[in-house]
Design a protein around this ligand. Structure first.
Ligand SMILES: [Fe+2]
Ligand SMILES: [Fe+2]
Length: 142
């Protein structure tokens, strides 16, 4: 199967969602375990945003003039990170955080990227740009 940005990022989105669900399952158990699980989710999401912002959006931006898509996606990232900091604050105070809003926003954001943004990039970017993205993403995902 041909490697595409859509395919890679869809797999990443699924994995990130699973990690948040792992955390949710623990939420009522003990806080140390919950903090750990949330840390694992957050580290994965930080790396994911790094791939998007520093590799994909960066390369796409330099090849296209219109970047309203990116402006909106970056706004989502900021909102998601804000919800994450709220959750961390609750966990620090040993309160049971609700991640319903975070899950909703993450899902809507991933849907836009999976259904519209990444398929568009796969079509518009050159083979060279696509390979560069896939290579660098691979380095970060490890
Ligand atoms: Fe994103
Ligand atoms: Fe994403």
């Amino acid at each position: 199967m041909e490697a595409t940005i859509s395919r890679l990022m869809m797999k990443e989105h699924r994995r990130i969602n699973e990690m948040l669900e792992d955390f949710e399952k623990l939420e009522v158990a003990d806080y140390k375990q919950s903090k750990n699980a949330f840390d694992i989710f957050k580290w994965k999401l930080d790396k994911h945003f790094f791939i998007e912002e520093k590799v994909i959006f960066h390369i796409y931006n330099s090849s296209s003039e219109e970047n309203f898509d990116i402006i909106n996606l970056l706004k989502d990232h900021k909102d998601i990170l804000w919800l994450i900091s709220k959750t961390e604050e609750s966990l620090k105070n040993n309160l049971k955080p609700s991640v319903i809003e975070l899950k909703k926003l993450l899902a809507a954001h991933a849907r836009t990227e999976d259904a519209i943004f990444y398929p568009k990039l796969d079509k518009e970017l050159s083979d060279e740009e696509r390979s560069m993205i896939l290579e660098r993403a691979d380095e970060i995902i490890g």
